[in-house]
Design a binder for this molecule. Structure first.
Ligand code: PGA
Length: 248
């Protein structure tokens, strides 16, 4: 079964009400490329307005708590995201793992909570620069996969994003050979979930994806899409990435 290309914008802590117009332009352009699934994950504050503007296109959160409710000041639970119309959530982004001390076990618990709430999950993994330089990137990432991917995953609602930390927001990208090796290794590791699941789970690449490099990155056999930060904030930058995915 062919894996549908999946291009996801991670707006991080960017965007105010006026930015909804940008999302509308992105979704309108995406309508012309039904072979590509296009989603945007804005800050929590914009999810409701973006869902209303998206006319059915997927809108998601960038994090969720592992509990369904409770005394967790400042946090958002997965059922709350579902309640306002979000259909997906990113968990385990390196800016959460590093900045907020999230462990593999935390990330797994968040992914489980999101799946239980009916959301789709994009679970992020990726190595720091010194690990890449020491030659240990694949081992590092496979340890994250083993520790943070839930025991039960439905490929229709579960994707992995490989995002080397040193490539995020830096303009640096790994070589195509390194991307291919990493994505292949992740897919082989998923074979513990059964061959069919391993083949069906989408594995996205993230880290300095832009309109110029998207076609080459998305052309790698086991790269099923892109998780895009900076270049997802405007239609002018994001739509060329969607078009690159559609051209494959
Ligand atoms: P970037 O961010 O595209 O700005 O490098 C990607 C991400 O962190 O998801």
């Amino acid at each position: 079964m062919a894996r549908r290309k999946y291009v996801v914008g991670n707006w991080k802590m960017n965007g105010v009400s006026a930015s909804i117009a940008e999302a509308q332009a992105i979704f309108a352009a995406a309508d012309g490329h039904p072979a590509v699934e296009v989603a945007i994950c804005p800050p929590f504050t914009l999810i409701g307005a973006m869902v209303a503007a998206a006319r059915g296109a997927p809108v998601g959160g960038q994090d969720c708590h592992s509990a369904a409710s409770g005394a967790f000041t400042g946090s958002i639970a997965a059922p709350m995201l579902a309640d306002i119309g979000a259909s997906l959530v990113i968990v385990g982004h390196s800016e959460r793992r590093e900045g907020f001390g999230e462990s593999d076990a935390d990330v797994r618990a968040k992914a489980e909570a999101a799946l239980a709430a009916g959301l789709s999950v994009i679970l992020c993994v990726g190595e720091p620069r010194e690990v890449r330089e020491s030659g240990g990137a694949i081992e590092f990432v496979l340890t994250q996969v083993a520790g943070s991917v839930p025991a039960n995953v439905d490929p229709a609602r579960f994707a992995i994003a490989y995002e080397p930390i040193w490539a995020i927001g830096t303009g640096l990208v790994p070589t195509i050979d390194d991307v291919a090796a990493m994505h292949g290794a992740i897919r082989r590791a998923l074979s513990s979930y059964g061959a069919e699941t391993a083949q069906a789970v989408r594995i996205l690449y993230g880290g300095s994806v832009n309109g110029e490099n998207a076609a080459e990155l998305l052309g790698v056999g086991d790269v099923d899409g892109a998780l895009v930060g900076g270049a997802s904030l405007t239609a002018a930058k994001f739509v060329p990435i969607v078009e690159a995915a559609a051209g494959l």
